[in-house]
Design a protein around this ligand. Structure first.
Ligand code: ADP
Ligand code: NI
Length: 217
């Protein structure tokens, strides 16, 4: 892995993500890479270049940004093969596939420290004020209601069930966002997640207060 690999990955990711409208735009990628670099400084023996490479590419194969999951995989693999040998390309694709959230009832599996760091950084960007903004941007783009007090959150026991869920955006807080603090791998990530989760809970209390419902936070 060289600085040149990183430069090419940055150009590729920037061209792919610029202007994306569901909160997976280039700014998200930049924030994740910066956050991952900071977390990595506090972790022993983390490969800084690998952290940055995975951070830059982590959302390229996201099924939400392609017409199918397979298409996303093929798109990234083609690019990886243009830069790395077959074994390295497969390994990098596997690392990147480990990062995404697959449901409240599905355990995370990370095969190396660098993936754990980028997963923490990516999840921190789904929390706090920016996390709230991204959730409603995503919901709006998918024509989802902000909230429906008659539709309750579900705990998805499989990735398949999580992928096809179509609830309102407030439910996404219970189905994913409020669960992320517990699932952090690094101490740095856990501390930041804790503060951002407190902020999100106070947002939810205010939201319910304005709506006039008594949902649990
Ligand atoms: P991951 O990178 O773990 O796969 P996603 O791509 O699913 O995560 O989520 C990235 C962003 O999109 C987050 O900010 C998240 O809140 C938002 N998002 C994803 N699914 C939903 C949803 N069903 N409702 C609202 N926001 C969502
Ligand atoms: Ni991401």
């Amino acid at each position: 892995m060289t600085a040149e690999n990183l430069n090419r990955a940055r150009a590729f990711a920037k061209a792919f993500h610029t202007g994306e409208g569901t909160g997976h735009d280039w700014w998200h990628i930049k924030r994740v890479v910066e956050q991952a670099k900071l977390i990595a400084q506090h972790e022993r023996n983390a490969d800084q270049l690998l952290v940055q490479l995975i951070g830059l590419l982590h959302d390229v194969p996201d099924r939400k940004l392609h017409s199918s999951e397979d298409e996303g995989q093929a798109y990234l693999l083609t690019w990886l093969r243009s830069q790395f040998d077959e074994q390295q390309s497969r390994r990098l694709l596997q690392c990147i596939n480990e990062i995404s959230f697959k449901g409240a009832g599905v355990d995370d599996f990370v095969s190396c420290k660098e993936v754990a760091i980028v997963q923490d950084a990516d999840r921190l960007d789904a929390l706090g004020a920016i996390g709230i903004a991204r959730a409603f941007a995503y919901g709006g783009k998918k024509n989802r209601a902000l909230f429906d007090p008659d539709i309750y959150p579900e705990i998805h026991l499989s990735y398949e069930a999580y992928k096809i869920s179509e609830g309102h955006t407030i439910n996404h807080f219970y189905e994913k966002l409020l669960l992320l603090e517990e699932r952090m791998h690094t101490e740095t990530g856990r501390q930041i997640a804790h503060q951002r989760t407190i902020f999100m809970k106070s947002f939810l209390r205010q939201f319910y207060n304005e709506w006039g419902v008594e949902w649990e936070v």
